[in-house]
Design a protein. Structure first.
Length: 182
């Protein structure tokens, strides 16, 4: 069963302290005191001090306050001024949860990831009238509705949705396929 986002964060924190002998808070203060503004510069500084990329990225995100945001607040902010899209999101979330007890719903600043052992779908309020459902369906041939994305991203395909009724059997089948591959 996949770890929750909170469990993964705690595991990363414990690993950072085990590797360096210092807690996350030490490294966050180090970044904040450095005066470096750009993410890449902060990463390079931490890597020069012996941190691997994953731990350095964790520290940079924590220094930005990324882990202090409440999930409900993140979700509310995404749909502020886009309230008409919320029923679409709710239909997608309900279906994702029905796929299995191992589904984790992980709101972020601009999207919500549906994950299992890895992300299988990402929901983004793309415009005031459209929600995009990104899916990880590597190797799947695109259609007019299941749009292939540029190579290299987590989401290999995208579906544009403008109403909750568009979360139909076809969309659910693609979500299930992505879930099963995760």
């Amino acid at each position: 069963m996949a770890k929750s986002q909170a469990e993964m964060l705690e595991s990363m924190k414990a690993g950072l302290e085990a590797k360096t002998g210092r807690p996350l808070e030490h490294w966050v203060k180090r970044v904040q005191d450095s005066g470096l503004e750009k993410h890449g510069e902060q990463l390079n500084m931490l890597k020069a001090e012996g941190l691997g990329h994953g731990h350095a990225n964790l520290v940079c995100q924590a220094a930005k306050g990324r882990f202090e945001a409440d999930e409900d607040d993140l979700l509310a902010a995404q749909y502020a001024g886009k309230e008409g899209l919320k029923p679409i999101y709710e239909a997608l979330e309900a279906y994702a949860k029905s796929l299995g007890q191992d589904v984790d719903i992980a709101p972020r600043k601009t999207s919500v990831a549906f994950r299992r052992s890895k992300n299988f779908a990402v929901v983004t309020a793309a415009t005031k009238s459209r929600l995009d459902l990104g899916l990880n369906l590597k190797g799947e041939t695109g259609t007019l509705r299941l749009i292939e994305e540029k190579p290299g991203g987590m989401c290999t395909h995208k579906i544009k949705l403008q109403a909750a009724g568009e979360v139909d059997d076809e969309v659910k089948a693609w979500m299930k396929a992505a879930y099963e591959r995760a």
